[in-house]
Design a protein around this ligand. Structure first.
Ligand SMILES: CC(C)(COP(=O)(O)OP(=O)(O)OC[C@H]1O[C@@H](n2cnc3c(N)ncnc32)[C@H](O)[C@@H]1OP(=O)(O)O)[C@@H](O)C(=O)NCCC(=O)NCCS
Length: 198
């Protein structure tokens, strides 16, 4: 590694402090710790927020090959059918899937297998730098299609889409699946429970 590259990666790691990350989180999620469902999260079950600097994204970090029966793309089918499938994974997520949602999926023989939203979290100043932040939300794989690499390949595709759309960072909100997203290089930047930041 060149000296400059080492310097850059060190700078990057030091780019945001814990306080800056906490402030960023609250800017993206105003009034978060006043919400009842947040207050209900026990102290011994903290959830995580994860981020990937898209300059550091290595798309070869995870790869899975599929047959022709597997395709990836935007959902343009019936919204009620989509919501029925979402409800089979996490029932209360159906409220987040509407006509305006940008939904990206994995399909097997044309049938919905994995789904997520592609969300825009806006532009935020972190220190002297403006971060344009997007990310996959409400990520799920229907039970009968799990453990084939579909969900993670879908998240990888969404990460590539956001990088190609010139986002700076890809953000995962409210997750317990840190090892799973970690396979793509996502890192936890804050954890929290109903009592606040851990
Ligand atoms: C989490 C979830 C989306 C995973 O979907 P999936 O399509 O089964 O995951 P994949 O098959 O793409 O997983 C890819 C790899 O991660 C591994 N993996 C699966 N679950 C994992 C986990 N919880 N932690 C670490 N690795 C995991 C798989 O074994 C596979 O490994 P390999 O390809 O190296 O052999 C799915 O279990 C789900 O819908 N859960 C309920 C909703 C949820 O919790 N969503 C995430 C909330 S943010």
């Amino acid at each position: 590694m060149e000296v400059n590259q080492i310097r850059n990666s060190q700078l990057k790691e030091n780019l945001a402090t814990k306080e800056q990350y906490e402030a960023l989180f609250l800017e993206m999620n105003p009034g978060y710790f006043e919400r009842d469902y947040v207050k209900a999260i026990p102290e011994d079950e903290p959830a995580s927020e994860m981020m990937l600097d898209l300059d550091d994204f290595d798309e070869d970090i995870y790869s899975k090959s599929f047959g022709d029966e597997v395709t990836f793309g935007y959902y343009d089918g019936d919204i009620d059918k989509l919501r029925e499938n979402v409800a089979r994974v996490v029932p209360h997520w159906t409220q987040f899937f509407g006509e305006q949602s940008r939904v990206y999926c994995a399909f097997v023989n044309g049938e919905l297998a994995s789904f997520c939203q592609i969300q825009d979290f806006g532009e935020h100043m972190v220190g002297d730098t403006k971060w344009k932040i997007g990310g996959p939300g409400c990520v799920g794989t229907l039970p009968e299609y799990r453990d084939r690499g579909l969900g993670l390949s879908m998240v990888k595709n969404v990460t590539k889409i956001l990088r190609d759309e010139h986002y700076d960072h890809c953000y995962i909100h409210y997750t317990y699946e840190t090892a799973w997203y970690g396979k793509l290089g996502y890192k936890t930047f804050v954890s929290w429970s109903g009592k606040g930041f851990v």
